[in-house]
Design a protein around this ligand. Structure first.
Ligand SMILES: N[C@@H](CCC(=O)N[C@@H](CS)C(=O)NCC(=O)O)C(=O)O
Length: 127
């Protein structure tokens, strides 16, 4: 009997742990997908375009502003769940991250390279 009760508690504990671990992950993936499907050009960055809080995000913003196509942004400092969730979602460990039509373009280095080659402008204008 005692054994049965222990099993019952163990199973309940296991279910509640699974619940705690899985629900936020499902939720954060859905939230990221919702953000990506709502904005053709979306920059995940540290700080805001007016006040970037990291040099890499500042460079990304400078490239986008020079092109002039409107873009949306998410300040990952305001959303720690997105900060960690996006790394897993995109398999990309750093910020900034630029997405065009839901697809990851890359971080600061790739953006700057594409800016200089004219590819970034072309991609944004087509979006
Ligand atoms: N070479 C990277 C530089 C970006 C980078 O190293 N970002 C770091 C420091 S700002 C980062 O996001 N680390 C993960 C974190 O802070 O969560 C790029 O091209 O974007």
């Amino acid at each position: 009997m005692r054994h049965g009760l222990l099993n019952f508690f163990a199973a309940t504990l296991e279910r509640s742990l699974l619940f705690q671990i899985q629900v936020p992950n499902v939720d954060i993936k859905a939230r990221i997908e919702d953000q990506l499907s709502s904005h053709d050009v979306l920059l995940y960055m540290k700080g805001t375009p007016d006040f970037p809080q990291c040099g890499f995000s500042g460079q990304a913003v400078a490239a986008l502003n020079a092109i002039g196509k409107p873009y949306a942004f998410v300040n990952i400092f305001e959303d720690p769940e997105v900060r960690e969730g996006l790394k897993e979602y995109s398999n990309w460990p750093t910020f900034p991250q630029l997405y065009v039509k839901g697809e990851l373009v890359g971080g600061c280095d790739i953006m700057i390279e594409m800016f200089h080659s004219g590819e970034l402008k072309e991609m944004l204008e087509a979006a």
